[in-house]
Design a protein around this ligand. Structure first.
Ligand code: GLA
Length: 403
């Protein structure tokens, strides 16, 4: 994993918006092309599981099968987790015709059989590639093989492609991602495209009709806050992703990276806050833990349907921070039906009283509303004008306010 991170860092330096790159001045930027339309997928933020955060390059087909089984048995599938995504390091070499193959030792049954198995469990199948010569883990990338790889994925039954940005040299990101988007569309199969260039080229400005989600930051690591080489903690990512709320909507989401819930580096209270903030930000909910081995507390967090409903609300508006002071924050997400999800966040080290006013929620102060606690799963007294709660350190309280 360290090697992959180092490669990632080197590549991200190389991938910084290049001033000297050759761009044909007569070519229309893909996002201005009136013929480019959304692919119609991911009308709510994608939900699923990805191998990277827990398994890194140590992924194989038995992990994927047992995870698919556990997603079903734990109730995660029925709670909405659909995409089972294999991240980096599944690849073998290209064959004589240039077709990508799976690593025969890690995936002896082959990708087609694995996809069939995942589909047989009522789930969808995802895979990973890279717009450069190599993936961040040093496996073959898709540069120069875009249409060929897209056809291979479609033959295998792939439903989701995470497309990374290592070893891309001076490639133009918008064009590189548009090329793969077109290749996927040309297969005729519905394939969600997850853009992963870490926000380097501001994909929120150009990717709405190219990809269905785009990473906005460097890699998450399993920590409340901080920086570990090129990875950053949950609070650091939140501060990067929050101001981008105007760019998210049905079919095109800001992606603050995959969940760390259950990986052991944070307390359950911190994991609840992490999960709640991702739901408030209408983020893709891609679990990153060992689902087959998770404890009850982890399962309870990942399958909290009331919080998931906030993330998956059909209005598709990314919630935003409306107030912050001394480590205390108020977040609001407008919901279909006129309600609001409200999150009170305490980043501090001591319990804190935090208040949300109706003005912050965009309601008249005199409005009377029902209030429901989405972690305690109980109705609170009706409220007028304000709602306040005492919030533990490194924790969030999440309520739904419904006039
Ligand atoms: C990059 C991505 C990660 C992961 C690794 C795999 O660092 O940002 O999410 O896919 O590559 O090598």
């Amino acid at each position: 994993m360290r090697i992959a991170l180092a490669l990632f860092a080197a590549a991200s330096l190389m991938a910084a918006p290049a001033s000297g790159q050759a761009i044909d001045p007569n070519r229309m930027p893909p996002h201005l092309d009136p013929n480019r339309t959304p692919n119609g997928l991911a009308l709510t933020p994608p939900m699923g599981w990805n191998s990277w955060n827990r398994f890194g390059c140590d992924v194989n087909e038995s992990i994927v099968r047992r995870t698919a089984d556990a997603i079903v048995d734990s109730g995660m599938r029925d709670a909405g987790y659909l995409y089972v995504v294999i991240d980096d390091c599944w690849h073998g070499p290209r064959d004589a015709q240039g077709n990508i193959t799976a690593d025969p030792e890690r995936f002896p049954s082959g990708m087609r059989a694995l996809a069939d198995y995942v589909h047989s469990r009522g789930l969808k199948f995802g895979i990973y590639s890279d717009a450069g010569r190599l993936t961040c883990g040093g496996r073959p990338g898709s540069q120069g093989h875009e249409y060929q790889d897209a056809r291979t994925y479609a033959e295998w039954g792939v439903d989701y492609l995470k497309y990374d940005w290592c070893y891309t040299g001076t490639r133009n990101a918008e064009e590189a991602y548009a090329l793969m988007a077109d290749a996927l569309r040309a297969t005729g199969r519905d394939i969600v495209l997850a853009i992963c260039e870490w926000g380097n080229n501001q994909p929120w400005l150009w990717a709405a009709n190219i990809g269905n989600l785009w990473r906005t930051s460097g890699d998450i690591f399993d920590s409340w806050e901080g920086v570990d080489r090129w990875s950053i903690g949950v609070m650091n990512i939140v501060d990067i992703n929050a101001p981008l709320w105007p760019y998210a909507g049905p079919g095109h989401w800001n992606d603050p990276d995959m969940l760390e819930v259950g990986n052991g580096g944070m307390s359950d209270s911190e994991y609840r806050a992490h999960f709640s903030l991702w739901a408030m930000m209408a983020a893709p909910l891609i679990a990153g833990n060992d689902v087959a081995g998770m404890d009850a507390a982890t399962r309870e967090i990942l399958t909290n349907r009331e919080v998931i409903a906030v993330d998956q609300d059909p209005l598709g508006v990314q919630g935003r921070r409306v107030w912050r002071e001394d480590g205390r924050e108020v977040w609001v997400k407008p919901l279909a039906g006129g309600g609001r999800a409200v999150l009170l966040l305490n980043r501090g080290e001591a319990p804190a009283e935090i208040e949300a006013t109706w003005e912050q929620l965009g309601y008249p102060a005199s409005l009377r509303a029902q209030v429901r606690d989405l972690w305690a799963h109980r109705d609170l007294p009706e409220a007028t004008g304000r709602f306040a709660a005492r919030v533990a350190p490194h924790a969030a309280v999440v309520v739904k306010v419904q006039p």
